[in-house]
Design a protein around this ligand. Structure first.
Ligand SMILES: [Zn+2]
Ligand SMILES: [Zn+2]
Length: 408
């Protein structure tokens, strides 16, 4: 069995600096740097697992030295720290992580060393470099290291021919809720089907079917302030272009590669709310896992609909609308057939209220997420069952639809 002493004795025959010698024992002892472990390993003759303590560090210990493994990378820590700190200058950030691509020769040399002497107690070169440079960057900037989701991931390319830092800037999320007051507003950018966004006669060379959208109304001030290259909109479900929403629908706005992260959210919310088509509420910074959470919520919704009937129906005959409650079967509506799979969906209608109006009816319906309300009214040529039209035996058309409440 390999003992600490035996491994050390054999390693001393290699030409190693204290960093690289100590790194072969990195799992032993606490609160030590690897070069201190290396100095201990050279000094203590009867080395064992308990030898790696502060008291055993020789006074003469110092970093650096000749080495056949690391290519002198430990002498350039300040240089790479400079590169990282300078590359951060353009950005506002709170957290970072250092990634390392060590010189290829060092990786090969380390592999050979492990093969020869085993991987017990070792730490990879790049882990040590990442920690040492991360600590220096923290000391110089006050920024915190975040292993899970840093604002910026700085990858240092240590190959002599490259010698550079590559930044991977994580996107930034803004959470909010919106109401929509227009019946001519899609949720997201809707590119012209004719030119696919290139611009043509049909779309007045805008590339879009609608000149704006909820997404654009919300994202513009955020993109401007963060100087992001792009924004993505994640809504907690969606409503039709011609449906209004008063239920405060949740959304996350994802800002891609922002330069600035320190925003005056209250002021931005006010700016968005200058629009008379939408209003936003409860704007705050969002978390990464909220995107899926909001998208998958499957929240019950309450709708209000104006319904036009082909013939007048007696008030008493409307009682049959009670039968809308319960499980409804809805085959993919003809109007969305071209973009959604053709299948029958089962959804639950929880509540139905009606009121007779001159032109027809006003309905209030509480239903499970994903229920097609327009088809629940029209029957969609028999594809939706039951329906207002089917139950009353007359044609029924939804002429206006509002989402009035969304369960939170
Ligand atoms: Zn070394
Ligand atoms: Zn076009």
């Amino acid at each position: 069995m390999q003992t600490v002493k035996r491994k050390r004795d054999r390693l001393l025959e290699e030409n190693l600096c204290d960093h690289c010698l100590g790194r072969q024992f990195a799992k032993l002892g606490h609160g030590l740097e690897n070069w201190e472990r290396g100095a201990i390993a050279r000094r203590i003759e009867d080395l064992d697992e308990d030898s790696f303590i502060r008291d055993n560090i020789p006074e003469t210990a110092e970093e650096g030295g000749e080495c056949g493994i690391c290519n002198g990378v430990f002498e350039k820590l300040e240089h790479w720290t400079d590169l990282v700190v300078n590359s951060f200058r353009r950005y506002e950030l709170d957290t970072f992580l250092i990634g390392i691509r060590p010189p290829p020769e060092a990786v090969d040399a380390e592999d050979e060393l492990w093969e020869e002497y085993g991987i017990e107690w070792v730490e990879p070169l790049k882990t040590e470099l990442s920690r040492l440079i991360g600590k220096r960057v923290h000391d110089r900037t006050g920024l915190e290291v975040d292993f899970k989701r840093p604002d910026i991931n700085a990858v240092i390319e240590m190959d002599e021919n490259k010698d550079r830092v590559e930044l991977q800037v994580n996107s930034m999320l803004i959470y909010g809720q919106y109401n929509k007051y227009s019946r001519e507003l899609p949720q997201t950018v809707w590119h012209c089907r004719n030119c696919r966004g290139g611009g043509c006669d049909e779309c007045d060379f805008t590339g879009k079917n609608y000149h704006t959208s909820i997404q654009e109304e919300i994202q513009e001030p955020f993109k401007r302030e963060t100087k992001s290259i792009e924004a993505k909109f994640h809504g907690g479900g969606r409503e039709d272009v011609d449906a209004r929403c008063f239920g405060r629908r949740e959304f996350l706005l994802e800002l891609v590669e922002p330069l600035n992260r320190d925003l005056d959210l209250e002021q931005l919310q006010e700016e968005v709310n200058e629009s008379d088509m939408i209003e936003v509420y409860n704007i705050r910074y969002g978390e990464k896992d909220e995107v899926e959470e909001v998208k998958n919520k499957h929240a019950d919704k309450m709708y209000r609909a104006d319904v036009e009937l082909s013939e007048e129906v007696e008030k008493d005959d409307l009682e049959v609308l009670e039968k809308l409650k319960g499980v409804v079967e809805q085959r993919t509506p003809q109007r969305v057939e071209h973009r959604r799979a053709d299948k029958v969906r089962k959804r639950e209608v929880h509540r139905v209220y009606w009121e007779k109006k001159d032109e027809g009816l006003e309905l209030v319906i509480k239903a499970e997420a994903g229920t097609y309300i327009k088809e629940l009214i029209s029957g969609d040529d028999g594809r939706a069952e039951p329906s207002v039209s089917g139950l009353l035996g007359v044609e029924a058309v939804c002429t206006a639809l509002d989402v009035v409440d969304i369960e939170k």
